[in-house]
Design a protein around this ligand. Structure first.
Ligand code: BES
Ligand code: MN
Ligand code: ZN
Length: 497
């Protein structure tokens, strides 16, 4: 889909369809009021018949509105004005686009960004419109025999009232598109089945990204390389699988030479059966999205490359399967991590931290300005926070406030969890330096505590996205989260905002 920014005479601008918002009780936001006045009350007369009452997202298509250059007007209800917020705005946008796609109009002029809720500045109003439109256009088709026809809507023009805001709006357009492309990539990878999306496939995706964006440098460490380095924790997980593990390294050198890089480390567990500590059968299929952290790193790299962000950014994805096998980890096994610390594996299903800890130690060589790891790490974070917020763990106050703020601004929120010393003793082991589990209670916290033992040499934060990277139920599939949060953080760090 193509996007553009327009301003100026709204009534006089020709278009196959003009999209306008309407509040409950027929209150009109400024652009709608403008058109109502221009058409001598045509809109209020129709609304007076009660055709658009009710909740946000209802739509009404009008033809031949007097004194308008647009061929049609699509009215979309925004719900009660006092409850109008970012979520309702997104809902209204999505509903309008869904209706438009039924009309067959190839192009539309949308005035909703000029009727956005007060909490959104013009930049976010435009960016949300772009990301919502592209988000709704995403369809998973890769393994379906029947491909759906492309949606008729080809071009979306966004109208803003003040031409002085055009350059800001164009920046939002650029950012929104890159963000949406990153989200779509992360979704697609999460949706792909484990027999297609293997560690090798993830490595190929990184190479493919480097083809599209030559500024990206990709290196893939093979099992032999990792063995030479001493990544005993990571390799113990992949030993139970016939798919070779990969450590995918992606470098974007967009910043000053010598400037310390930001590093994103994503869990790339392409299928998690639990290993010998086998998971129960129901919903095990969903464990194909256990590479959601890795997918978000690829998606975020893609967005950063498309925007040519002026930062040095490194993406790292430790990728492996976790399966039961004669050669798999057994409860009680002890492995030596790259850091030299030994780990007693009391539950082979706590494998994410095993592959992450070696990748996190590997990060030290880059002398990072900051490292964020992103992982579908625990069921416990889903119990704690549900599917709304990702769990944020960090001892670094500055990083905490940056990440929380980025999540709020991108509407991809995180919630801070404790990482206090008091939890560390739960990882005590009689036979090794630490156990890989800390018991049922506070499971998301002890998982983060485990990782904290490998991240002492740089500022670090951990995002547990087990509840946010995926939706279950009828709409089952990847969400692309937390790409919006991460891209927002990078934009802020790169001084782009
Ligand atoms: N990949 C899972 C975590 C997970 C659970 C992700 C539900 C998404 C939805 C992880 O590898 C795992 O199995 N964690 C265990 C840890 C436990 C054995 C300490 C868990 O959460 O049950
Ligand atoms: Mn597991
Ligand atoms: Zn897992």
């Amino acid at each position: 889909m193509e996007f553009s920014i327009k301003s100026g005479d709204l009534a006089g601008r020709a278009s196959p369809c003009l999209i306008l918002g309407v509040f409950e009780k027929r209150q009109l936001p400024p652009p709608t009021q403008l058109i109502d006045t221009a058409s001598q009350g045509h809109l209020s007369r129709i609304l007076g018949k009660g055709d658009l009452d009710g909740e946000a997202g209802r739509t009404l298509l009008l033809h031949e509105v007097p004194a308008l250059a647009a061929e049609r007007v699509l009215l979309v209800s925004l719900g009660p004005q006092e409850k109008y917020d970012r979520k309702t705005y997104g809902k209204a946008l999505a509903a309008a686009l869904a209706h438009l796609n039924q009309t067959g109009a190839p192009e539309a002029l949308c005035a909703l960004p000029a009727s956005a809720p007060p909490e959104l500045d013009r930049y976010l109003a435009v960016r949300d419109a772009i990301t919502t439109a592209l988000d709704k256009a995403y369809r998973y088709e890769r393994t379906k025999s029947e491909k759906k026809p492309p949606s008729p809507l080809q071009r979306l023009q966004l109208w803003i009232p003040d031409p002085a805001e055009t350059s800001r709006a164009k920046q939002a357009l650029r950012h929104g598109q890159a963000l949406a492309h990153g989200v779509a990539l992360a979704k697609e990878l999460g949706n792909l089945p484990g027999n297609i999306c293997t560690p090798t496939y993830l490595a190929d995706q990184a190479e493919a990204l480097a083809k599209d964006f030559p500024a990206l440098k990709v290196t893939v460490l093979e099992e032999a390389d990792m063995a030479k380095l001493g990544m005993g924790a990571l390799l113990s997980v992949s030993r139970g699988s016939r798919q070779p593990a990969k450590l995918i390294l992606m470098h974007h050198r967009g910043g000053k030479k010598g400037a310390k890089p930001l590093v994103l480390v994503g869990k790339g567990l392409t299928f998690d059966a639990g290993g010998i500590s086998l998971k129960p059968g129901p919903d095990m299929d969903q464990m194909k999205y256990d590479m959601g952290g890795g997918a978000s790193v690829l998606g975020t790299m893609r967005a950063a490359l498309e925007l040519q962000l002026p930062i040095n950014l490194i993406g790292i994805i430790p990728a492996s399967e976790n399966l039961p096998d004669g050669d798999a980890n057994k409860p009680g096994d002890i492995v030596t991590s790259l850091s030299g610390q030994t780990i007693e594996i009391l539950n082979t299903d706590a494998e994410g931290r095993l592959i992450l800890c070696d990748a996190l130690t590997y990060c030290e060589r880059f002398e990072p300005a900051a490292v964020i790891d992103i992982a579908t790490l625990t069921g416990a974070i889903v119990v704690a926070l549900g599917h709304v917020a990702s769990g944020l763990f960090t001892a670094d106050e500055g990083l905490a406030s940056e990440i929380l703020a980025a999540g709020d601004r991108a509407y991809d929120r995180a919630w801070r969890m404790p990482l206090w010393e008091d939890y560390q003793s739960l990882l005590d082991s009689n036979f090794a330096d630490m156990a890989n589990i800390g018991g049922r209670d506070g499971g998301a916290v002890t998982a983060a505590c485990f990782l904290s033992r490998y991240t002492k040499k740089y500022p670090w934060a951990h995002l547990d996205i087990a509840g946010t990277a995926w939706v279950s139920g009828k709409e089952k599939g990847g969400t692309g989260r937390p790409v919006p949060l991460l891209v927002q953080w990078l934009l802020q760090r790169g001084g782009e905002l």
